[in-house]
Write a protein that binds this ligand. Structure first.
Ligand SMILES: CC(C)(COP(=O)(O)OP(=O)(O)OC[C@H]1O[C@@H](n2cnc3c(N)ncnc32)[C@H](O)[C@@H]1OP(=O)(O)O)[C@@H](O)C(=O)NCCC(=O)NCCS
Length: 151
């Protein structure tokens, strides 16, 4: 059982799905992933689909997958009322630790150029921008590709 400052991070379980979908809809609105998308990732890379629990409640999640070149952070979100408490940082650090142990050296992600909170978070973890991709998102928003190279 975690507290605000020490969220419990563990791999996703089927019983977490409703909580993850709640976070997803609160975070991404009409761009939210479907239930099926999360079921897919839970099967594709179960050890890299993590949830953060606070007082027994699912407050955040992260999804990563292995790629030809290393790994990709596919999604990350925290329930609005639990933001700015370090949950996303805890999820990312746990993911990075697992990937490092698996021998991964490069971790990539795409983020909206306008998403200042996420960009700050990723920079604080050592990610750097490697490309700018215009029209990446539906509606034409620009993405940044960011990458973390592990020592
Ligand atoms: C981005 C998001 C995951 C951050 O989650 P979080 O748990 O609040 O992040 P943390 O508390 O670990 O914050 C870590 C750092 O990120 C940065 N950060 C986080 N939220 C921020 C905000 N609103 N404004 C500015 N910087 C912010 C800060 O540098 C922060 O460190 P600090 O608290 O020491 O200043 C969360 O805002 C969210 O779910 N947003 C909607 C979904 C989303 O955009 N996901 C990312 C898609 S690529």
């Amino acid at each position: 059982m975690g507290s605000i400052l020490h969220p419990a991070i563990r791999a996703f379980r089927d019983e977490d799905l409703a909580g993850v979908l709640r976070i997803e809809r609160a975070s991404f609105g009409r761009d939210a992933w479907s239930r099926e998308a999360f079921v897919y990732y839970a099967e594709a890379a179960p050890h890299l689909f993590l949830v953060a629990r606070v007082s027994g409640r699912i407050a955040g999640y992260s999804v990563a997958t292995l790629t030809r070149y290393g790994a990709e952070i596919d999604s990350l979100a925290v329930l609005p009322r639990y933001r700015k408490l370090g949950l996303a940082t805890a999820l990312m650090k746990a993911t990075i630790r697992k990937l490092r142990r698996a021998g991964v050296r490069k971790i990539s992600l795409m983020v909206r150029r306008s998403n200042a909170a996420a960009i700050r978070l990723y920079r604080s973890l050592g990610f750097v921008r490697t490309a700018t991709v215009p029209n990446y998102y539906p509606g034409g928003a620009t993405a940044w590709r960011m990458r973390l190279t592990l020592p």
